[in-house]
Design a protein around this ligand. Sequence first.
Ligand SMILES: [Cu+2]
Length: 690
Amino acid sequence: MRKLLVAGLLATSVASVVNAQEVLRVEKISVATDVKEEEAKGKVAEATQEEIKITRQIDIGEILSNLFPEINHIRKGGTANDIVIRGFGRDNINVLLDGARIYGACPNRMDPAIFHMSTRQVAEVKILEGPFDVENQGSLAAVVNVISKDPTEGVGGNLYFTGGSFNYLHGGFDVNVGNDTVKVLAGYTKQYSKPYESGEGKKFTEYPQDKSAYKESEKDHTAFNIDNAWLKVVYTPDTDQTLKLNYAFDEAKDVLYPYLMMDAIYDRTHRINGEYYIKSLDLKITGYWNFVRHDMQDRWRMSSNMSLEPELGYAMRTLAKTKTYGAKIEKGFKIGDVNVKAGIDGYLRNWKADNVILMMMKMDNRGMIPDVDITDIGVFVKGSKKINNIVISAGLRYDHTESDASKGALGTSNQGLYDKYYGAGNYSLSETDNYVSGNIVARYKFDNRSSAYIGFGHTVRVPDPEERYIALAKPMTNPDWVGNPNLDPVQNNEVDAGVEYYWGVFGLKANVFYSDLTDYIYLTKIKALDNSKDAMSYQNIDAHIYGWDFTVIGMVSDTVSVELGAACQRGKKDSGNYEDSDMAEIPPLKARLAVKYDDGVKFGQIETIYSARQHNVDSDLNEYPTKSYYVVNVKGGVNMGDRAFVGIGVDNLFDKNYYTYLSYSRNPFHTGTKVPEPGRFIYMNVNYKF
Ligand SMILES: [Cu+2]
């Protein structure tokens, strides 16, 4: 939206934004755009587009949460923030990197998908909210596609550095070499930080208590130490064909998660993507493979002192790995005056995690995630047609998904867990699910820029390997954690409506949604059939989530703009085993007001973020109210000629001590550590283009 206003009102200053500023574009896509229009690069007729110029550059989850009131982050530590969109998290939203599926290896989501691409590699983030994506399996409530930078023609590169509070350092470079047939981009970055301090001046390592407390000697332990390297090659033998190949590696070491009872020793990821496009046929073939290996231990916590084998240095450890590979063929064509896109895709997701607990007695929890394979094959078709001022679009998708857990992967301690809680013979470790998803949307165009839409979508996602098959037996006193092999896929029937309206120098974009959920997967407390022990497990419930969001933008002058956005959502349970009908992890009202100055050379912004108190909590999962907060962030920067850019910023200017609603882990048995947001954080970005 901003871009549109800029394009309409500030055509002259747009041209001057060709300089050393590193820009991360974030685009919220609306449904029911013409298929062709949607894909025409640079033409964002129905999109909100935001250009992020100066940030701490820590992680994308945090950046998105800052920008969009309907996106919230789950704060587990200094980095790797997971995201919740409109109250939907985990596998209910699809996060893709360059269109490829990727999943974290950690059963506690220490490494969410969005964490596996470094901020410096990102060109653009595309967000489609609601159940309107048929091109990918399981986009239940939203799809987020994080797209990496392409190499360009010519020789050049960037050197960049960000430094900030709490010994935060982020440095790196990229080098680009290209002619009209072959273009190569290679990059490397390193990120390092000590634990940040909250507004009350305490390091985040001081918050966990009792067994989870950090050892005195580890309270100043490195908070994260991450290396990323990537290589992207684009080959265009003629004007008709494009081949893109991308390899990326990241290694995150010493990542602390005060939210959880363990920390990551390392998290190592390899990603390969390939894409071949023939323009004259409008045919695209893509393939990908990625692999993540993750090691978490409690060696920096007090609990490790209780180890039965002290020489190992830990009392709890999970070693996990996951790989995902898949392919897609898609083709665009026209039937009469209807633009159509059809495709077939498939993927395999494998996940295995081995846990051991050496407290009181040795728990051999090999196969905590028991080598689960999820294989999916799907076909889709979508189309759009313009009838006078109305664009009608529709999509349909069919999926066949198989989920298989391996009994042989289970260790001696967790072998009997499904029998203990669900009864021998009452479940199967392999499931087949077949389902249809689809949507229809009508958009009425008032003029070239303004429009209103209403749409209905039906989407389905299969339970993830953890929800169906996790098997973690804990020492006698603690509850077990066991998947529910009998879970059914989640179905979302949702109606969305919205308006995008431009009036003089003002723009408004607003949406409402109502999601009716059948078999939504929800945490629950269960008892062993012989009543000997309790466990945390999952159940299918019926529920509904509804909400709204809006953004208003005004161009006060050629250089000054004002943005105001807000979002709110509610979630209610309609069935299942509950006492409290409020759903868990539904963030409260959040608003953002920003005033920006941009003359093409100098840039400045004052931003305030407000979050209301959340008292609609699920007491069944031991949720408790979270107070409202209000923070102010400022930043400014200047282009030094065509090659250098320097920016400085202060987040949480007034050093407020505050918590977001998603700052602690939900568990029906106990509450974990509540992790505060960082206190005042001063940073500087320097970028040099060569
Ligand atoms: Cu982990």
